[in-house]
Design a protein around this ligand. Structure first.
Ligand code: TXA
Ligand code: MG
Length: 339
């Protein structure tokens, strides 16, 4: 398949929107990561997304909208908690899992009776959705299992030849995927952590007499436990091997000084054995930066052909650190060394 690489111009946005409306696949920037979009109501188009990514088809997609009017097509009822969270965080990096309207293809929602909805703050993304005239189902625009794309060249490296067009926008501002919160039950529950933290959500829903729960699967830090039925994550996508760099990866956890020393020791040891080693290390006041850089760092080390990536854990982290650590553990296949 020939993939059009499109700069962000008015004409190219029109063209990309027409392609989406015609059932084609278009990669587009958002503030979190690049998305691989298709008309959410076009079952054939949505099926092609799974093929392009090599993604298991039980994994539901997030449906992206550009304005509130589109909500009514997607969910039967706008509840007070949805209302409050929309007011506080949309447009922005928050996905709400809500009851779905019949008519949304099962392919879009992985057969679930809920749907994940997000209104991105990225202007290009919203303009594209608006011009296409349809809600856009979009997972992250990477091959299934590889690090999420935060720059246009990442999406192109994974998907050129597999999609119809890629909108070559800028660097994604946030760098990790949206917070996913399920608001279809009696209390909101975070299924995937992101830069909108549990605390931030809790503050908004407190006036409704609600707390914010965390999916217990988020606290399991061994893959064996994650695949076990007791701890099946409620967001199907959270159970797959994710974000894996080609290099081996280890997370070093402990006091900051000890972590730095251990990373150095391991690095020198491997280098003495003729291997290439990459390091990812952020301070406690750098969580937003860590989120922004993390996936790009993984790809950069792979491009440089390193054998091993050593990453400093964001252990005693606030919640943004928790969101980055969630990705770090998956990338490393849960290989944690405690010092
Ligand atoms: O920031 C983002 O959310 C990016 C950009 C493109 O918007 N998209 C993204 O999509 O990360 P994806 O497909 O890589 O991740 C979607 C996550 C998966 O873990 C999926 O299982 C979960 O959201 N999800 C989607 N719909 C759901 C539903 N109805 N119930 C539970 N989990 C759902
Ligand atoms: Mg993804």
């Amino acid at each position: 398949m020939e993939t059009k690489l499109l700069n962000i111009t008015t004409e190219n946005l029109q063209l990309a929107a027409q392609m989406l409306a015609a059932g084609k696949l278009v990669v587009f920037p958002t503030e979190t990561v690049y998305g691989l979009g298709a008309d959410a109501f076009n079952e054939e188009a949505v099926k092609k997304v799974y093929e392009a990514k090599g993604r298991p088809s039980d994994n539901p997609m997030i449906v992206h909208i550009s304005d509130r009017a589109q909500l009514e097509q997607l969910t039967p009822q706008i509840t007070p908690v949805m209302e409050a969270l929309m007011e506080a965080f949309w447009p922005g990096p928050l996905t709400m899992v809500v009851k779905k309207r019949t008519g949304i293809p099962d392919a879009t929602t992985g057969g679930l009776n809920t749907v994940g909805l997000r209104m991105p703050s990225d202007e290009t993304a919203r303009e594209l959705i608006r011009l296409s005239g349809c809600p856009i189902a979009a997972p992250s625009a990477n091959l299934s299992g590889s690090p999420s794309p935060t720059r246009p060249e990442h999406a192109a490296a994974d998907l050129e030849g597999r999609v119809d067009a890629i909108l070559m926008g800028g660097d994604c501002q946030v760098g990790i995927e949206s917070t996913v919160v399920d608001v279809s039950g009696s209390q909101p529950m975070v299924l995937r952590p992101g830069i909108i933290t549990r605390e931030a959500l809790a503050e908004v829903v407190r006036s409704l007499g609600m707390r914010v729960e965390m999916d217990p699967a988020l606290f399991i830090n061994r893959p064996r436990d994650v695949s076990g039925s007791d701890f099946k994550p409620k967001a199907p996508g959270m159970k797959y091997r994710h974000y894996a760099p080609k290099a081996d990866m280890e997370v070093i956890s402990g006091q900051a000084d000890g972590v730095r020393a251990e990373i150095n020791r391991r690095k020198l040891e491997r280098e003495a054995a003729g291997q290439k080693v990459g390091v990812i290390l952020f301070g406690e006041d750098q969580y937003r930066q860590a989120a922004h850089d993390f996936f790009a760092n993984l790809r950069q080390w792979d491009d440089q052909g390193v054998d091993l990536i050593l990453a400093g854990a964001l252990d005693d982290a606030d919640s943004v650190g928790f969101a980055v650590m969630n990705r770090m553990l998956k990338s490393a296949g849960y290989r944690v060394i405690q010092v």
